[in-house]
Design a protein around this ligand. Structure first.
Ligand code: HEC
Ligand SMILES: [Cu+2]
Length: 349
């Protein structure tokens, strides 16, 4: 008895620390399904609360009965006869079949309802904003067919509006997930598209993840959902259509950029989109989805620093990603820094 207590006491600090780590991981409003920021995520959270409540109640009742039986019917000192043997009880068997059945129904009805609601296809709803999402190893492409714009990594949406998504992949299966706003949906290959929708009632930047193991940089396949006011959204759309003037003044560097980079990337109406569209990249929340841009230096480095980090060695940021290192393309350190400077200042109006 003494020994067990001592062992438990020694383990207590560790258990407390683990608990704390778990809880702090659950706290971010921009990242956690346990701090829902929109109706779709609230529905999932409601289901979690319902099932956990039911489970806790069942646990408490079962454990209380077990404890009661163990204490009440334990062998008393001097007791040597075998207790009365009970076998089979119709009443009890019905009871412990019917109760779980009722619980399963209580869980199933709202779950099935929520699953169908989550899969609702709002693609043909005139008031919804349409976004075509394409998963790539290891980045996200967002096309707005009604506005004729394509961007990457930052999904900008007007707050409160229903956003109708159509998902596909360019390579392997990925899964599109913004934990604080909605459930997950896979991006499937071979022309199979998936549709669903969600909305973000409040302004804010929410973090999205790939939720399907898709290769070495799967864990780095992040994107941001930027929920902004209706006016700011319109301004963003206009900016994407007519971004700030291109500032690559040095003609030699402009040629290098055109020859080496625009064969995979697009800026404005130039280039093609094999890789992420770079229009207005200086205004993004992150570079490559994972290097957070923050001029104050709290969450990340400046846009220009992040662009330099990326361009000097993309593979060190995202192992196995499909962009060739600019050094292997023959660019010098000065050229890389020059392009980083240009892209950092290539902002939306
Ligand atoms: C063979 C095609 C290819 C070439 C050539 C190429 N890139 Fe890329 N680039 C990519 C791909 C693919 C990604 C996405 C990598 C990822 O995040 O997994 C990328 C990502 C980027 C990003 C980050 C984009 C974002 O959305 O945050 C920048 C910036 C970039 N490339 C700049 C350049 C520059 C500058 C050059 C020329 C020196 C260049 N790229 C040449 C394919 C290419
Ligand atoms: Cu992925």
């Amino acid at each position: 008895m003494m020994k067990t207590w001592q062992a438990v006491r020694r383990l207590l600090p560790m258990i407390a620390v683990f608990g704390l780590i778990l809880l702090t991981g659950c706290g971010r409003a921009d990242l956690s399904a346990l701090r829902p920021q929109g109706p779709a995520a609230e529905t999932s959270y409601g289901l979690m609360k319902l099932s956990i409540t039911i489970m806790v109640i069942v646990l408490l009742i079962v454990f209380s009965i077990a404890a009661f039986v163990m204490i009440r019917f334990r062998r008393k000192p001097g007791q040597s006869e075998i207790p009365e043997q009970v076998e089979g009880s119709i009443k009890l068997e019905i009871l412990w079949t019917v109760i779980p059945l009722i619980l399963v129904v209580v869980l199933a009805v709202p779950t099935v309802k929520a699953v169908f609601a989550a899969g609702n296809d709002h693609w043909n709803d005139k008031n919804a904003i349409k976004v075509k999402v394409t998963g790539h190893q290891y980045w996200w492409e967002f096309e707005y067919p009604d506005y004729g714009i394509t961007t990457a990594q930052d999904l900008v949406i007007p707050k409160g509006k229903d956003i109708a998504f159509e998902l596909k992949t360019a390579d392997v299966i990925h899964s599109f997930w913004v934990p604080s706003l909605s459930g997950k949906l896979d991006t499937n290959p071979a022309g199979t598209i998936n549709r669903f929708s969600f909305s973000a009632p409040n302004e804010g930047v929410y973090r999205g993840k790939c939720a399907e193991l898709c290769g070495p940089s799967h864990g780095l396949m992040e994107f941001k959902v930027k929920s902004v006011s209706e006016e700011a959204f319109q301004k963003w759309v206009d900016g994407m259509k007519k971004p700030a003037a291109v500032l690559l003044e040095d003609p030699a560097l402009a040629k290098t950029f055109k020859d080496q980079c625009l064969k995979c990337h697009a800026v404005g109406d130039q280039g093609i989109s094999v890789g992420p569209n770079l229009t207005g990249i200086g205004s993004r929340e992150a570079i490559a989805g994972i290097l957070i841009n923050d001029d104050s230096g709290v969450e990340g480095a400046s846009v220009e620093e992040n662009l330099k980090t990326w361009l000097h060695d993309p593979k060190s940021v995202k192992p196995n990603n499909l962009m060739p290192s600019p050094k292997d393309l023959g660019l010098t350190d000065e050229e890389i820094d020059g392009i980083a400077h240009y892209l950092a200042n290539y902002k939306l109006n």
